[in-house]
Design a protein around this ligand. Structure first.
Ligand SMILES: Cc1ncc(COP(=O)(O)O)c(C=O)c1O
Length: 370
């Protein structure tokens, strides 16, 4: 029996072969390989898809976060509030601009930043809120927006995993002053290398991000500030434009699989399936369950023995990462984030997953706990 892949990218990409090859040939013939017409077209199309005024293509989701933070004037002496459970790039971006990450715990239904924790973390140095839509599920953006408005601080959404998600009918990434996306190959809109995008409806922030991605350029050979090389390639943009046309269909297919997983595992006592906020439409980047009773790693091994590939995103909470030890956090500071790290397991999820393979995953999990 063939292995069941976590992301199923190969069949998805293979189905797009002719479209992708045509896009590649177009870029080859154009002789323009960095920024340019393809990137501008992708920016327009993404902005239209998401309902944002501006989109700025950059080199990665990590660099999108850095540009957004810099564009908001975030730097030394500032604190940025973020969840203790995310990918390392989230706090890293804050540190890269010289600000301090201020962690808060997460809730365990859908791993969003805990709003009570956010409120408690706000202080005179708070410069921004940086919620993360983990696994593609938007956090309670209404609640975040309310807290941010009351405190008079901007929100930057880490929507790296959440392209195509929405909350209360509005796309994730367009609620905050800026939203940051990753086009890492396994993301809901994934390229063929690194890439990212900042979306915003603030024309000044957009202009500053455009300048920052090109060495702080204010004109030809004029540099108004220190930026970097955060440009997006034309080839990535051209290929992403192809994938953008399919992104909603893939999201809906993953949503159907997620629903079936949730039903198929509902009565397995050791498994806790995610519970999305009622206003949330997830991008379903990953289907991540919690495995109770200390059984997570044993279950992952048992599934692998049957050719079923899973992954742990993420095994270590951010506040306990060695690179961030200088901020003085300790084990026990964020118990839910720490528990999530011990329990989470992501199951195979892709538009290319067959119903038979999905049933095989469900049955293998049920059998493990029988
Ligand atoms: C939550 C989160 N933030 C930021 C990033 C960084 O994106 P990239 O890998 O494109 O730099 C990622 C991607 O892995 C992510 O999952």
């Amino acid at each position: 029996m063939a292995d069941i892949d976590l992301f199923g990218l190969e069949p998805q990409n293979a189905a797009l072969g002719p479209e992708l090859e045509a896009a590649f040939a177009r870029v080859l013939a154009s002789g323009s390989f960095i920024l340019g017409a393809e990137v501008e077209a992708l920016e327009r199309e993404v902005a239209a898809f998401l309902g944002a005024e501006h989109a700025v293509g950059v080199s990665s989701g990590s660099d999108a976060l850095v540009c957004a933070l810099l564009a908001l004037g975030c730097g030394p002496g500032d604190e940025v509030v973020l969840p203790a459970f995310s990918f390392f790039a989230t706090p890293e971006a804050i540190c890269r601009v010289g600000a301090k990450p201020r962690f808060v715990d997460v809730e365990l239904d859908a791993f969003g930043m805990d709003l009570g924790g956010v409120e408690a973390a706000l202080g005179p140095r708070t410069r921004a809120l940086l919620p993360v839509h983990l696994y593609g599920c938007p956090v309670d953006l209404d609640g975040i927006e309310r807290l941010a408005a009351r405190a008079g601080i901007p929100v930057i959404e880490d929507a790296a995993q959440a392209f195509g998600a929405s909350f209360a009918g509005r796309r994730a990434g367009t609620w905050g002053t800026a939203g940051c996306f990753s086009f890492f190959p396994t993301k809901p809109l994934g390229g063929f290398g690194d890439g990212g995008m900042i979306v915003t409806s603030d024309s000044q922030i957009a202009a500053r991000c455009r300048s920052l991605r090109a060495h702080g350029a204010a004109g030809k050979h004029q540099h108004g500030e220190i930026g970097g090389n955060y440009r997006l390639d034309a080839l990535q943009a051209a290929l992403l434009r192809v994938k953008l046309r399919h992104v909603e269909r893939w999201r809906a297919a993953r949503a159907a699989h997620a629903e079936a997983y949730a039903q198929g595992l509902a009565d397995v006592a050791e498994i806790v399936v995610p519970r999305l906020p009622s206003a949330a439409v997830s991008a379903h980047a990953l289907f991540t369950v919690r495995v109770q009773g200390g059984e997570r790693d044993a279950l992952a091994r048992a599934l692998l023995a049957r050719g079923i590939h899973t992954a742990v995103y993420y095994p270590r909470p951010l506040h306990l990462q060695p690179a961030l030890a200088g901020y003085g956090y300790r084990a026990g500071d964020f118990p839910q984030a720490e528990l999530a790290c011990e329990q989470v397991l992501s199951l195979p999820l892709s538009a290319a997953l067959s119903e038979a393979d999905r049933a095989r995953v469900i049955e293998a999990i049920r059998e493990h706990f029988r």
